[in-house]
Design a protein around this ligand. Sequence first.
Ligand code: HEM
Ligand SMILES: CC(C)=CCC/C(C)=C/CC/C(C)=C/COP(=O)(O)OP(=O)(O)O
Length: 310
Amino acid sequence: MTTDRVTPASGVNSRPLRATWRDYLSLTKPKVISLLLWTTLTAMVMAARGWPGLWLLTVVSLAGYMSAGSAGVFNMIIDRDIDLKMKRTATRPTTSGLISTRNAAIFGTTLQVLSFVMLWVWATPLAAWMSLAGFVTYVVVYTLWLKRTTWHNIVLGGAAGCFPPLVGWAAVTGDLNLFAWFLFAIIFFWTPVHFWALALMIKDEYREVGIPMLPVVHGDRLTVAQIGLYAIYTVVLSVMPVFFREVGWLYFLSALGLGGLLLQRSWGLYRHVMAGNKVERRVAVPLYLYSMLYLALLFVAAAVDRVLLG
Ligand code: HEM
Ligand SMILES: CC(C)=CCC/C(C)=C/CC/C(C)=C/COP(=O)(O)OP(=O)(O)O
């Protein structure tokens, strides 16, 4: 049973601990959201081919944060049993009982409802629907359904993280074009590279709690091969918008340069593991960290290109 209040484990001070706003904020996974929001805001600039306006940027940033944050809250409620057993997640307020399930659910619901209304009223209804679709995909498709049942969880459930650029695009134009769907697809193929590089390092924790992540189910070799494949898909897909004249040479060169580094790091990890070595942090961490820089810079390049050359 989770409670609203917990007492310090030491027992020295019996004063009950109360959750602060920082604890509630931590339920929203702020660091992950920073990159999700980055893809939303840069997509807005791409859609507007310029400055989308301070008001719209502010509304979408706030509402986007609240929607993705709400998804994080429900993910932490649903997963509190396994989060409790993994070192990385054991201290989350939902697992320690610092924030009760009921309070977390009220918080998450409030964020989602407010976000939907804000996007509907001050952006566009399609932006509100796209945001809700991201929420449902993360909470229902990924967390409730796929995460515990199949190693395809990341590829299919990862679609959740592809919605933020659609939210941004729809907020500016009221609809979605082919280029917006390219942005969706780039994140779709990027996600396995991002996550499996990390999963290789924390697979023992996933094994212990019975989560069928790819390295747990099929081992390191197949995982690095899949990472390499998805890195190739990502890079190929990232240059395709150029051939549809959606972006120009500035983006093209950036996508090739950034993509080249993604392939190089994936190849390094592949060779390391295929040579019979155990996965080491010094080869997996750089790929995991670079994957985030890659996505952030690729989206900047597309935005700058469409503003300057569009
Ligand atoms: C199925 C999809 C995804 C899974 C399973 C996943 C999983 C993870 C995990 C387990 C971490 C480690 C966080 C920690 O240390 O607590 C992480 C970090 C991160 N992820 Fe993802 N991720 C996914 C998609 C995304 C997407 C779509 C984005 C943004 C576009 C993203 C951005 C980040 C960022 C910025 C971090 C670093 C956070 C930090 O330093 O604490 N992730 N991800
Ligand atoms: C538009 C919109 C609302 C989109 C929402 C998309 C969203 C919140 C994506 C987050 C992806 C993510 C952090 C997955 C990790 O979950 P996990 O359960 O595997 O990680 P954990 O073990 O750290 O909890």
